[in-house]
Ligand binder design. Structure first.
Ligand code: GLU
Length: 473
């Protein structure tokens, strides 16, 4: 049988890391098995669903690269279909009209709780029976699913193992409300059936719905899919992950300078393992992933590890891949790369030291933008009158270069040192501050090679002017 999985978010907020991990596991399972992946927007809760949330979810999925083979489907566009099945169940006596008013059911529930019994709908309760008997054709009603009274529902959760629940624990679920709208647990089943879903991967908060849904599958004569319920994600402090823990929306991770590959690698390990391997390319994730190896215990979020992975991917990914995502941050900082070196070359040079793309974008700045001020501490220490001679000689040599290469610029520095009988630091540091405006950078010759001759010349002149002004004070 061809595998088909789905991700079925309710658009009541952005795509958060818990949802993204569920989506990733579902997507990986489909990819691993050569199956298909469906995106379905569960927007039946009209009051809480928003277009903004739909857009945010789709944007998050696209940014992560979790592409779908079908969809997005929208539940609100399928009401006719749900009603068709409700009518069919009614005709087959597998569902029935319930006229008991909500107030009565609330009262009964309170009595049940006061008596210490589990609150539930009881079709045989004398007052419910009476309410149904008294109803007329014009009385409002909802439609309930006739849940089996005997036996148990058993399923083998791919993550949590065998789960068994007695039907006596389940009451007759409303499948169509008094206002005519179908209910969530019903729509999910009809969708998964119609869409041919073979594995349902979702959060453990849905585990109580599963036995009820299985009974509906059986009633409509549909094959019951396999289920895999993923555990919760906790914050570093052990509490359920929430906004309080900082970034929880996937797009906020983009804003904070993470690469999608780092977040995917982080999310896949958050509850799944393959030996003690930490780094997984997308291809490895796909080939090694299995639902059986997903942990059933809750996983704790660890921002330091995510940062470490991000640095790893900034350092080791194809620079063109990093450049694609860095561009967003450069734009956000107003750094235009038109008149400067290729971004990929700059990434190779400065990426090593950066944990986020925000840091990386900041380190790119001096390659593309001139500056009027030097970092105060670095200037104070290195742009002093004693550095003047070294900068002046370096300037002459820099201007004289016909071939602007790292090797030649290395020779410029070495020759300046030997001609003036100065150590590397006495020439390299003032040059670094002059060219980059700061006290730290990769190797100065490589930096100068990318910054370009005209800019290097004008920046050394700017540094000399700074020293002259300092002397004059
Ligand atoms: N719409 C549900 C949610 O966002 C998911 C339901 C399901 O995956 O079956 O929590």
């Amino acid at each position: 049988m061809n595998v088909k999985t789905r991700f079925a978010p309710s658009p009541t907020g952005f795509l958060h890391v818990g949802g993204a991990r569920t989506a990733l596991y579902s997507w990986l399972y489909a990819k691993h098995t050569g199956g298909e992946f469906v995106l379905r927007i569960e927007d039946t809760d009209i009051e809480r669903s928003t277009q903004e949330a739909i857009d945010a979810i789709i944007e998050g999925m696209q940014w992560l690269g979790l592409d779908w083979d079908e969809g997005p489907y929208y539940q609100t566009k399928r009401f006719d279909r749900y009603n068709e099945v409700v009518d069919q169940l009614l005709a087959e006596n597998k569902a029935y009209k319930c006229y008991a008013p909500k107030e009565l059911l609330d009262e009964i529930r309170e009595e049940q709780m006061a008596a210490g019994t589990k609150p539930r709908y009881d079709a045989k309760h004398p007052r419910v029976v009476a309410a149904n008997a008294e109803a007329t054709d014009s009385s409002p009603f909802c439609i309930r699913f006739r849940n089996p009274k005997e036996g148990t529902v058993v399923f083998d959760d791919k993550i949590r193992g065998r789960i068994e629940i007695a039907n006596s624990e389940l009451d007759d679920l409303i499948i169509r409300r008094t206002d005519g709208s179908p209910t969530y647990n019903f729509c999910v089943v009809i969708d998964d059936w119609d869409m041919g879903i073979t594995q349902v991967v979702r959060g453990e908060d849905h585990i109580n719905n599963t036995p009820r849904q299985i009974n509906i599958y059986k009633a409509i004569g549909a094959a019951v899919p396999e289920f895999a319920h993923c555990s919760m994600i906790l914050g570093d402090d052990g509490a359920k992950l929430s906004k309080r823990h900082g970034a929880v929306s996937v797009m906020q991770y983009r804003d904070e300078g993470y690469l999608p590959q780092a977040l995917l690698n982080y999310l896949v390990r958050l509850g799944w393992s393959h030996g003690d391997q930490e780094i997984f390319s997308l291809e490895e994730m796909i080939s090694l992933f299995s639902l059986e190896s997903v942990s059933k215990s809750a996983s704790a979020f660890n921002t330091d590890k995510l940062l470490w992975l991000n640095n790893h991917y900034i350092k080791t990914s194809e620079p063109e891949y990093v450049a694609k995502y860095l561009q967003w941050h450069l734009d956000a900082k107003g750094i235009s790369t038109e008149n400067g070196p290729a971004i990929a070359d700059v990434i190779v040079l400065v990426g090593e030291r950066c944990n986020t793309l925000i840091e990386l974008a900041e380190q790119c700045r001096y390659f593309y933008q001139d500056f009027e001020e030097f970092e105060a501490g670095a200037a104070k220490k290195h742009l002093r009158p004693v550095a003047k001679e070294a900068l002046e000689l370096a300037l002459v040599k820099v201007k004289a270069q016909d071939a602007w290469t790292v090797e030649n610029l290395h020779a410029v520095i070495a020759d300046t040192c030997s001609e003036l009988d100065l150590g590397m630091g006495k020439v390299g540091m003032p040059l670094r501050v002059a060219v980059t405006g700061q006290g730290q950078s990769p190797s100065v010759d490589a930096v100068m090679a990318l910054v370009g001759q005209a800019r290097v010349v004008s920046r050394i002149e700017q540094a000399l002017a700074f020293i002259a002004q300092r002397e004059a004070q």
